[in-house]
Design a protein around this ligand. Structure first.
Ligand code: UDP
Length: 330
């Protein structure tokens, strides 16, 4: 089955491509390469360098490749940037996303898996966070993803376009093969930053806040391996193929680790101490974010294979050591 993958040259999308191929799907990538990397797309997978803002180009891709389903990863993801440039986030994540939906409706493509985020919840009232927790995003990134989920529900009601939104907690790690991994510019995520310090690419880690109401004062997050996220997309696609209704699922391991615990795990992986200093809180960081993800396990049959923090960091380390400059295109 032909599957169109928007943002397939990005971090999560590129890992999903390998699983799609292994599962016998026939992916076609649409990516404008503003953030993604052509080198992250496996050889033999067609890559249309097209912006989702370009309705005519998108229409040609749909006409040429005739996909039967879409996995939608394309979008901006950096929270801090979303506060500075909300216009860019709303335009790209909502408006351009709708251009993709309209192409789907025009070409009668009725199944979509959407890359959503734990940021739709905002400051949690209960932890672990269930899917029906109140949604009160604290930044434009989370708002853009939440609004798109609402749009998806309306497109189902009006046009019969069924979708599964997957709300990622903290995506981390890299493919165990060491061939693809995380390459953001600038990098803002904790695990790659810690490992860049270990590799001598940065002087030290700044620990953003040590006065949170957590066991060691640093923020607690639910780190989930990118390959486990990838596997969930295949399960979601299969569920849609079997007629599953529009739904949303959390993807996390249900276990939280503090910044200091992640640092300690990384020191074990790299076998040396990693310099760190305390820094002020980063605006908009909730103290604790941990997923309640029993629904993904029960309804999609999701079973994370790399839930162990050591393995998550180890795979990220393997990638960084062999690709210190990422895909090296810039
Ligand atoms: N963090 C940190 N120093 C850094 C980057 C991140 O202390 O240089 C903390 C951040 O405050 C948060 C956690 O690490 O509590 C995870 O941050 P990341 O940006 O990786 O993901 P987010 O939780 O924002 O999605």
């Amino acid at each position: 089955m032909r599957v169109l993958v928007s943002g397939g040259a990005g971090y999560v999308g590129s890992h999903v491509l390998l699983d799609l191929i292994a599962a016998g799907y026939d992916p076609i990538v649409v990516d404008d390469l503003s953030k993604g990397h052509a080198a992250a797309v496996p050889q033999g997978v067609p890559l249309a360098q097209v912006s989702l803002a370009d309705a005519a180009a998108l229409d040609r891709v749909f006409a040429q490749y005739k996909p039967q389903a879409v996995l939608h990863f394309a979008g901006f993801t950096e929270v801090g940037e979303s506060v500075k440039f909300p216009d860019r986030f709303f335009r790209n994540n909502i408006s351009n996303g709708m251009t993709l939906l309209d192409a789907m409706v025009a070409h009668e493509v009725k199944m979509l898996v959407f890359s959503s985020t734990a940021a739709v919840y905002g400051e949690p009232q209960t932890v672990p966070i269930p899917e029906d927790h109140p949604k009160s995003p604290t930044n434009p990134y989370g708002e853009s993803k939440l609004f798109f989920e609402k749009i998806l529900a309306r497109y189902d009601a009006a046009y019969g376009l069924r979708s599964i939104s997957l709300r990622y907690f903290n995506a981390a790690g890299a493919h165990p093969s060491g061939t693809i991994g995380e390459d953001h510019n600038p990098e803002t995520h904790l695990i790659p930053i810690i490992l860049q310090v270990a590799l001598g690419m940065r002087e030290q880690l700044a620990i953003f806040g040590t006065d949170y109401p957590t066991m060691d004062g640093t923020c607690v997050r639910d780190y989930v391996h990118v390959c486990d996220l990838a596997a969930a997309h295949i399960l979601a696609l299969r569920a849609l193929e079997k007629g599953a209704p529009t739904d949303a699922f959390n993807l996390g391991n249900g276990q939280g680790f503090s910044v200091k615990e992640v640092l300690a795990a990384a020191e074990k992986v790299v076998g040396k101490s990693i310099p760190a200093q305390t820094a002020p809180r980063r605006a908009g960081d909730p103290a604790v974010l941990v997923a309640g993800s029993t629904r993904a396990r029960e309804l999609l049959g999701w079973q994370p294979r790399y839930a162990d923090l050591h393995t998550i960091v180890e795979t990220a380390w393997r990638w960084l050591q062999t690709h210190p400059a990422g895909y090296g295109e810039e």
